[in-house]
Design a protein around this ligand. Structure first.
Ligand SMILES: [Zn+2]
Length: 138
């Protein structure tokens, strides 16, 4: 969305819409899913044969937390739900990014208004001064 030509009210409405979207997001989580296969080491097992994918897939959900990698095992039947949780995390991040951008624009608009208001106030003060000056002259 191009925010350049929106009015302050439109920007604030847009920000509110994004906040509503955040509020409606179902639980989300950060992380990446990895499928792993491994060999059990038994000579007679199919996994010992060449070109056999091995046992698995075993799913791991990992993420960085305070510089450490945190991993969690995900059962195969929960992989789809986990993918959705991760997709919602990306959605969450996108909304937050948009919210950051729209708030920058809102802050810019507020600064412009503040500047205009202080200029208006100065004009009024000047006007009063002129009046006072004229009155003293009469
Ligand atoms: Zn095996």
């Amino acid at each position: 969305m191009n925010l350049t030509h929106l009015t302050l009210q439109e920007l604030q409405d847009h920000a509110q819409k994004l906040i509503n979207q955040l509020a409606e997001l179902e639980p989300f989580r950060q992380g990446s899913l990895t499928a792993r296969y491994h060999t059990c080491g038994k000579a007679y097992c199919h996994c010992a044969q060449e070109n056999d994918p091995g046992h698995g897939p075993y799913w791991t959900l990992s993420r960085a937390s305070r510089g450490k990698n945190v991993a969690k095992t995900i059962k195969s039947d929960l992989v789809e739900s986990t993918k959705q949780q991760i997709a919602r995390f990306h959605e969450f991040q996108q909304i937050v990014e948009q919210l950051k951008e729209v708030n920058i624009r809102i802050c810019d608009e507020l600064l412009v208004r503040e500047k205009q208001a202080s200029q208006e106030a100065k004009k009024k003060t000047n006007h009063k001064n002129q009046h006072g000056y004229r009155k003293r002259n009469l």
